[in-house]
Write a protein that binds this ligand. Structure first.
Ligand SMILES: Cc1ncc(C[n+]2csc(CCOP(=O)(O)OP(=O)(O)O)c2C)c(N)n1
Ligand SMILES: [Mg+2]
Length: 318
């Protein structure tokens, strides 16, 4: 029973707490206009990124979407560079020119995120093709939302990855909405796993957001991928607590029921893990993370904006 493994509980809790608190700070600072980019918060969805990324090896790589803070932090991305990027500062992970939707930290295997829905899926498949061609045994994880599964590129990428038995784990964070459209307003059935299966890859759907199940399933698929048996598909049903973009909740809009979100809040993985922790170490761990977050915001505040000459840098490969 991995639920009884104290080392794992601590690792999961630490990562979940770090992401939650970082995003709560982003939400708090956002109205001051010091953050210069729109923010798509992952609050409520963290267990998907943490469960999957904890199952990876350091050499594995991830690609993601504009809702990418959790993935970036869970894979070990530099927090100072992330906050500086949100502030539009030169010390940011994309030199202050990308903002929240363009998280990247190649040193830690975070290959990039994009604002254009679905675009990183074929890019991650291309990357996996490159890895296979060179005989490397790393796994590529492609994170995307349920809305991306409506794009043609999603289907083309899955089909090609299965055909060439590429080392990709597709991870769909299904929060049921593309902006304000429920998935059943966008397609006939909600079973993404069944669709992935028709392309020729194993797939699994985790419906309750249980981080241990996510970790085990991702680990199982990564082993399979490393054995050269081709791609796999993991659908993680989850819930975005805040508005599509921005720091607030959005119950006043009426496109979803408050009770549906509150139900996920009551079953929050962060709270569950906190109850499972050995309380002795918890205060110290949380204090260290709070310190790291404060330092990251101070770093962003005191960094400089890019010089005008930066405008024409990094547009093309040099
Ligand atoms: C190609 C493309 N089409 C439309 C949009 C507008 N758009 C931005 S976010 C979004 C919803 C995507 O939903 P999903 O993939 O489920 O991600 P979530 O926001 O739920 O994390 C849409 C349609 C876009 N950015 N790119
Ligand atoms: Mg969605």
């Amino acid at each position: 029973m991995i639920e009884n493994n104290p080392e794992l509980i601590e690792r999961f809790y630490k990562s979940l707490y770090r992401i939650r608190r970082t995003e709560e700070e982003i939400a708090r600072i956002y109205p001051t206009d010091r953050i210069k980019s729109p923010v798509h918060l992952s609050i409520g969805q963290e267990a998907a990124s943490v469960g999957v990324c904890e199952a990876l090896q350091p050499d594995d790589v991830v690609f993601g979407t504009y809702r990418g803070h959790a993935m970036y932090l869970a894979k070990g991305g530099d927090l100072k560079k992330m906050i500086a990027e949100l502030y539009g500062k030169i010390t940011g992970c994309a030199r202050g020119k990308g903002g929240s939707m363009h998280m990247i930290d190649i040193e830690h295997g975070i290959m990039g995120t994009s604002a254009i829905v679905g675009t990183t899926i074929p890019i991650s498949v291309g990357y996996a093709y490159g890895l296979k061609y060179r005989g490397r045994d790393s796994v590529v994880v492609s994170f995307f939302g349920d809305g991306a599964a409506d794009e043609g590129a999603f289907h083309e990428a899955l089909s090609f990855a299965a055909l060439k038995r590429l080392p990709v784990l597709f991870v769909c964070e299904n929060n049921y909405y593309a902006i304000h459209s429920h998935h059943l307003e966008r397609r006939h059935s909600d079973n993404l796993c069944e669709r992935a299966g028709t392309y020729g890859m194993p797939s699994e759907r985790i419906e309750d957001g249980d981080i241990f199940k996510i970790y085990e399933s991702a680990g199982k698929y990564c082993e399979r991928i490393r054995r050269g048996e081709g791609p796999a598909f993991l659908e993680i049903v989850t819930c975005r607590w805040r508005e599509h973009v921005g720091p607030n909740d959005d119950f006043h809009l009426g496109y979803r029921k408050k009770e549906d979100v509150e139900c996920w809040m009551e079953n929050d993985e962060l709270k569950r893990l906190r109850r499972m922790l050995n309380l002795n170490g918890q205060d110290r761990m949380e204090a260290e993370i709070e310190d790291e977050i404060r330092t990251a915001f101070d770093f962003a505040e005191s960094s400089l904006f890019p010089d005008k000459s930066e405008l024409h840098e990094h547009l093309f490969k040099e």
